[in-house]
Design a protein around this ligand. Sequence first.
Ligand SMILES: [Ca+2]
Ligand SMILES: [Ca+2]
Ligand SMILES: [Ca+2]
Length: 158
Amino acid sequence: MKKAILPALLALAIVTPGAQAGTRKLDGKFNRADINADHQLSPAEFQATQSKRISVAYSLFRFNKTDTNNDGFVSLEEFRISRGGISGGKPTKMDIFLLADADDDDVLDPTEYVNTLPSGSAYPKALRSFDKKDKDNTGTLTPTEFGIRAGGGIPFPF
Ligand SMILES: [Ca+2]
Ligand SMILES: [Ca+2]
Ligand SMILES: [Ca+2]
């Protein structure tokens, strides 16, 4: 029986295991990242499936888009549907800021700022760029210092 290749739309939701090479590749990625083998990816496990150019905040953005049933985990099915977390679009600079602001005080401290940079970034270099942005030397970055203009919503440049 020969099956036509399904359009890469909602049909992906009913794709059978290993039906496509792409799916097998995704499954392998998923299984390698699933360190505790519970068949679910935590945010940290999910990050391991993402490129090093993707920041922690960007990965969280993708995680939230991928976790469509909002149970705090990405299942294999969710991972397949999102094609490995990439189908949710791009975050705005504001999205990145808010996701990185772990303590919700509306400013980024250096640790939070690092989470907006590619995950492979060296810490000393990150600190230097932090100091440059921290114009008033408060040790924290406001949205404006981070580069968000009023009425922003400009896609994060990648
Ligand atoms: Ca897991
Ligand atoms: Ca989920
Ligand atoms: Ca903060």
